[in-house]
Design a protein around this ligand. Structure first.
Ligand code: FCB
Length: 445
């Protein structure tokens, strides 16, 4: 038996609204930009949409029972902004809020700590029509929405996250156009990034002044950037890649400035940043959530915009996303955050793998690669704790197989299999293994 994790360590699983809920327009909800994106022919693999997904909007009770069966101590979900505020601002749709009220009550009743993400990529379409994250008013919209959510659910929610992976929103949504809203515009990406940070800070302030939020932080995706060779060019590429993905959001929050590499790599597309914005963005958070999947080995390549760092495929095991399996990278990210920003409480808010699973056999799905992936990454998290990182929880991505954004349903990340035809849920071996890890507080690793 290995060493146990600290007492009270939060073992959880994570999901996001548009990826699992289905019924996107039910009970007075407005459409989101993801609803629109998925319904635009050619943008999502196989023409898949979140119209039904895991039907969690109707099966949430059954899903909480599954969480209980796995022994989860925490559950991270996201709130659909356009369910709660169909127009994005002003009007509150109580029936949308009720869905989350019931979910939070059920979780608390089951002894599972709720963690709510306010924005996991689905922006109300009505706000997209007003410029979305390019509009400076987005910070006020988001703060109002945060106030509504914290006011309605604050008592039960243990941890609030403002944004999920703002880097992916801007790189995928505004620079490369592969995610909603599907723009390809170098000038827009840093503006959207900056407004996301302003919105984050405004939501933290709103949640704090309402007094109802136990703890509030942000979730970022991190990946170590390793140079493919010892050449200066490759090292510089790795440094730019690190600034772009890993420091673009945390430096302003903790240090009050953007990494110097960003204006260099954006050139004319870099906007003028008012000092007062940076002052507002630099505000303490109660925790940082780290989503970790892989590392990137990079080579200098001016065509790989905007950071000039092209990812070089490595030998060895990769997931169905073509992401290298590299558990040490989790250790590296967690320790890097501590070193650069100080002793802030951390959570691994997502970690997991898509592999092509076999069909259920005698009531179980055998997924040995995912079992190994989780074990090795959890072991890396434990090493980070031993070296002084204040890591307080770990959330598997994902509880359920779900709608993997532009990949549709083709990628399965769940520790629970979902048969999309029947909506039947079947535990995978990884869920059983995870239950054992939770029961022993990690000592079974
Ligand atoms: C992350 C997202 C999450 C899921 C995983 C695989 O970037 O936060 O919704 O798609 O990747």
């Amino acid at each position: 038996m290995g060493e146990a994790f600290p007492p009270g360590f939060l073992w959880g699983a994570a999901t996001a609204a548009y990826q699992i809920e289905g019924s996107p327009l039910a009970d007075g909800a407005g459409p989101s930009n993801w609803h629109r994106f998925a319904h635009t022919p050619g943008l999502v693999k196989g023409g898949d949409t979140g119209d039904v997904a895991c039907d969690h909007y109707r099966r949430w009770r059954e899903d909480v029972a599954l969480m209980r069966e796995i022994g989860l101590k925490a559950y991270r979900f996201s709130i659909s902004w356009s369910r709660v505020m169909p127009e994005g601002t002003r009007l509150v749709n109580e029936r949308g809020l009720d869905f989350y009220r019931r979910l939070v009550d059920e979780l608390v009743e089951a002894g599972i700590a709720p963690m709510a993400t306010l924005f996991h990529w689905d922006l109300p379409a009505a706000l997209e029509d007003r410029g979305g994250w390019l509009n400076r008013d987005s910070a006020d919209w988001f703060a109002d929405y945060a106030r509504v959510c914290v006011g309605a659910l604050g008592g039960g929610v243990r941890l609030w996250a403002t944004l999920n992976e703002p880097w992916v929103v801007t790189d995928g949504g505004y620079y490369h156009g592969v995610l909603a809203p599907g723009h390809r515009n170098a000038f827009e990406a840093p503006i959207a990034a900056h407004n996301l940070l302003r919105a984050h800070a405004a939501a933290v302030a709103a949640a704090r002044s309402s007094g109802g939020a136990n703890a509030i932080g942000i979730v970022v995706n991190l990946a170590p950037k390793h140079p493919a060779s010892g050449s200066d060019a490759d090292r510089d590429a790795a440094r730019r890649g690190d600034a772009y993905m890993n420091r673009q959001y945390l430096d302003p929050i903790f240090l009050g400035r953007y990494p110097a590499e960003l204006p260099e790599m954006y050139g004319d597309a870099w906007p003028r940043i008012p000092e007062a914005d940076l002052d507002a963005i630099r505000a303490p958070v109660d925790f940082v959530g780290v989503n970790y999947y892989t590392r990137n080995v990079v080579r200098a390549d001016a065509k790989a915009r905007p950071d000039g760092a092209r990812i070089v495929r490595q030998p060895g095991l990769h997931t169905e996303m073509k992401w290298e399996v590299y558990p040490d990278g989790l250790f590296e990210c967690l320790t890097a955050v501590r070193e650069r920003y100080g002793p802030v409480p951390l959570y691994v808010t997502e970690n997991g793998a898509a592999f092509s699973d076999p069909k259920p056999d005698q009531g179980i799905v055998d997924d040995p690669l995912r079992v190994d992936y989780l074990r090795e990454h959890i072991a890396a998290a434990r090493r980070a704790i031993s070296s002084g990182v204040d890591l307080r929880g770990y959330f598997v991505w994902s509880l359920l197989d779900n709608f993997e954004w532009s990949q549709g349903f083709s990628k399965r990340f769940g520790i629970v299999r979902v048969d999309y035809r029947t909506q039947r849920r079947t535990l995978k071996r990884s869920a059983v293994e995870y239950r054992r890890i939770i029961e022993t507080n990690g000592a079974s690793l």
